[in-house]
Design a protein around this ligand. Sequence first.
Ligand SMILES: [Zn+2]
Length: 262
Amino acid sequence: MVRQSPKSAPFMYQNNTIQDARNCEKDVFNALKHNTLAIGYLGIAEMCQALFGKNHVHDADVHAFALSVVKRINKYAAEASERNNLNFSCYATPAEGLCRTALIGLRNQYGIIENVTSHEYLTNSHHVPVWEKVSIQQKLECEAPFCKYPTGGCITYVELDSTFVKNTKAVEDIIDYAFKVLDIPYLAFNFPIDSCLDCGYQGEFNDKCPQCGSENIQQLRRVTGYLTTDYRNFNDGKQREVLDREQHSKYTPQINQGSNES
Ligand SMILES: [Zn+2]
């Protein structure tokens, strides 16, 4: 990467867009030395499953082990920064492409192992797998301790049903709990928005509009932090991940009660 010529992407090295960009002649090292060099990790859940037969949401000892792995990556990044005088970081990544390519590699090596290589993707960073039927609290409490260590970035999601937009009190409660109690730095709510492109109906539906029957629909889902026009534009691995997602609001009794009242 640092041996790349600045001519391969000239717009990045013109107009002083990056510190020292004007000092890049043969290669881009002088500019990229200011950047973050992220060491990303994914599939912590699958790693635990392979080693212990269960993932980190189900067992405190497994959780402690998973956390120790991420702490080690964080420490390695700090050591590498010191050693090389560069900005290495630990990064909790959704691995848009690698979630699928790494899975294929593992399958070729080890075959299909239940909940390790049996899904069509590897799980985002240290996240609780999308297929786990856990409550909002369980999801947040499991992931919160990890958030200190990926200095290159992380996100915590909860999956909600589409009725949630009417239950602002419940949304506030989740935000307060995540930020004030668990110290989660970056929280996001996912909920499905399906739109009929013919009559304009919005809600959550599958193949066709419940109002006019049209199949000319758009299905908006937050897949990896980006709001795409339609999740079916993502690769096979991420599309399957969306279909496997459990809604944590379903397994959170107080919240269900709240949404019925509103
Ligand atoms: Zn319609």
